[in-house]
Design a protein around this ligand. Sequence first.
Ligand code: URA
Length: 231
Amino acid sequence: MRLDKLLSNASNLTRSQATKAIRQGDVLVDGVVAAKGAMKVTESNKVTYIGVLINEPKPRYYMLHKPEGCVSANKDKHSLTVFDYLLVPRRDQLHVVGRLDKDTTGLILATDDGQWSHRMTSPKHKQTKRYRVTLKDPITDAAKKKLEEGLLLDGEKKPTKPSLVKVLEPNVIVLSIHEGRYHQVKRMMLAVDNEVTALHREAIGNIGLDAGLAEGEWRELTAQEIDLSKP
Ligand code: URA
């Protein structure tokens, strides 16, 4: 909707008073002075009039095709972060839902909705994470069985939960897991005397990486992707 319309709807200003207030520089959109009443704003923009918030911005949800070499933190002194690619307003209010290692590529989610990210990551909700894993050595039947049944990771006492392994090529598998331990995939492969040479996350729960996104590209999630009520 137009900014002047939103402002007059949300305050007791008439449309022409709203236009004047915008021209005077009294209205900020996402922290930046709005130039024109005709500017289009969405439900996600944060709009203030003389410093007072006049709308309740809707939570935001994004997927990014993470390239290799960027980190999943909000800020980093030495490396690019996912937020150097996800160039949206108020990035400082977003957080990553389920980190990936610096050298891992693929699906990364970011939101400002803490409850949603908790449901996506908490072990209770068992969201499946699906990875394409390239291995140093061909996978053996015995290793596949161990990975699927659950195995002990170095330094841990509890075995991993059962997983699913699909062999695409001798050195390439698709691994679906339901937990998110530290460096879990790489450590699972070490536990079967193999090594990950490339790791790519394809999906989390019902959300698959959009094949139309090149590395470094992002899009908003659809209402269907955000909806966690369906298994
Ligand atoms: N497991 C890993 O070892 N690394 C990742 O980035 C994700 C899962």
